[in-house]
Ligand binder design. Sequence first.
Ligand SMILES: [Zn+2]
Length: 202
Amino acid sequence: MYFVNAPFFLRWLYPKVTFNRTRKEKKVYLTFDDGPIPEITPFILDTLEKYQIKATFFCVGENIEKNRTIFDRIVAQGHRIGNHTYNHLRGWDHDDDVYLENIEKCQQLTKSDLFRPPYARAKKSQLAKLAQEYEIIYWDVLSGDFDQTISPQKCFQNVERHCKNGSIIVFHDNIKAIDRLSYALPKTITFLHENGYTFATL
Ligand SMILES: [Zn+2]
């Protein structure tokens, strides 16, 4: 199960984690997790280019190595990169040294000061160590694009209903998300533009 909003208990458990930016400005932050992959990342880049928007990509190290050209295009287009581990590891399943080593391996490629834990699952001890080196980014709006039981329309509504000033919105460049993302991303951008929001990188 997952929550569209970051639940209160999570905010309490991980005080050092970023869930949103300032609520005082009408800015939002699109983020894309798990890529780059040829099946969907180029579509995302084309869409962002068309609307002249910058976003943040939390990349998986092994996908960067497999898809170097796409990764280079993300960087060349002026988007920001974040570290999402080398093998998309779930922190809860690994000892701290194994988990941190995997993040360091990804860091050789991402060279970023942003980190997002895959599945939002990392131990408190891991987050404490990572917080010394990275800003740890969660979100306050989860589109649910990875959820194959929801419609593309519902995915868009998740964003439409929950987005506000300073929101960090999660989409995925992941095969499971393609049907929902390809519908919801352009709709989201149009909706937020019409409502006076601007887009920024983290
Ligand atoms: Zn992920």
